[in-house]
Design a protein around this ligand. Structure first.
Ligand code: NDP
Ligand code: 8X3
Length: 265
């Protein structure tokens, strides 16, 4: 969309999956003029992405790889406060970084896994939102910008073996809902996009790098691709500024709920 031209967009979790696809899709949408801040822990992957974007769309899109651990409060604060001046004026924040650890039932989940899921998916997302809101609330008459949260079907229903992850995404959903109400007198749009099953590194991370276990998740089903979600994210950001696509749920055709899916045997 032409509406995105010239904007500064920060994507968390840009090193892989949905975040990576979203960066590429934004770049394709506005090849003439865009600034993309690409945040994640894996700096090498971010640099590769920046170079892939350059190869695909040329020099109109500038990229700033930003190494950042979203589970660390102080790192988020200083990363945003220390952005170079020409990168500071963030128009669109895509809060996408997140992870799940394991499939343990509640009594067996270890404390470290609980902590990292909440620190990354919830506290980190909130801290990032607070820091970027400091910028957005100063724009225009009453504040302006887009905050897009990547939630999940898992935030709308709990499933066995996902209690903590589901709780983190439910927290994102409620935070988002409250924030939209708080910002009602501003032109800041607060929007949530909830994917169902998407094939990314998500399951590989869940199973601690065990590729056979990750592959089994997608056996006999046809998951969404990260590009499918990226298209919706970019569409959402590109609407006329009075249009708020507040809440979106996206399934692949075979899925109707977190654990209700048709599987070919
Ligand atoms: P991936 O594992 O492919 O990507 C996750 C991204 O999050 C990576 O770029 C990773 O970067 C980043 N990330 C994880 N932990 C941290 C951290 N501590 N600090 C900074 N960045 C971090 O998975 P997806 O693309 O699938 O996940 C993206 C979002 O989509 C997540 O919030 C996930 O919960 C959500 N989602 C995924 C679904 C799916 O089925 N795949 C369905 C519904 C929602 P790095 O490791 O380099 O730090
Ligand atoms: C990821 C999808 O429901 O498999 O959010 O956990 S789910």
């Amino acid at each position: 969309s032409k509406r995105l031209s010239g904007k500064t967009i920060l994507i968390t979790g840009a090193s892989s999956g949905i975040g990576r696809s979203t960066a590429l899709e934004f770049a394709r949408s506005s090849p003439d003029s865009l600034r993309l801040i690409l945040a994640a822990r894996r700096l090498d992957s971010l640099k590769t992405l920046a170079s892939d974007i350059g190869t695909e769309v040329g020099n109109g899109v500038q990229c700033l790889p930003l190494q950042l651990d979203m589970s660390k409060h102080d790192d988020i604060v200083s990363a945003i406060q220390n952005l170079p001046a020409e990168w500071k004026n963030i128009d669109v924040l895509v809060n996408n970084a997140g992870l799940v650890k394991g499939v343990a039932k509640a009594p067996e989940i270890n404390a470290a896994d609980i902590d990292v899921m909440f620190a990354t998916n919830v506290t980190g997302l909130i801290t990032m939102t607070q820091e970027v809101m400091k910028i957005m609330t100063k724009r225009g008459e009453s504040g302006q910008g887009d905050i897009i949260m990547i939630g999940s079907i898992a935030g709308r229903e709990g499933y066995p073996g996902g209690s903590i992850y589901c709780a983190t995404k439910a927290a994102v959903r409620t935070f988002t809902d409250a924030l939209r109400r708080e910002l009602i007198a501003t032109r800041i749009r607060v929007m949530e996009i909830d994917p169902g099953q998407v094939e990314t590194e998500f399951s590989l991370v869940r199973f601690g790098g065990d590729k056979d276990k990750a592959d089994a998740v997608y056996k006999g089903v046809e998951p969404l691709t990260p590009d499918d979600i990226a298209e919706v994210i970019v569409f959402t950001a590109g609407r006329r500024e009075n249009v708020v696509i507040a809440d979106t749920l996206i399934f692949p055709n075979h899925q109707a709920a977190a654990t209700v899916m048709h599987r070919k045997s």
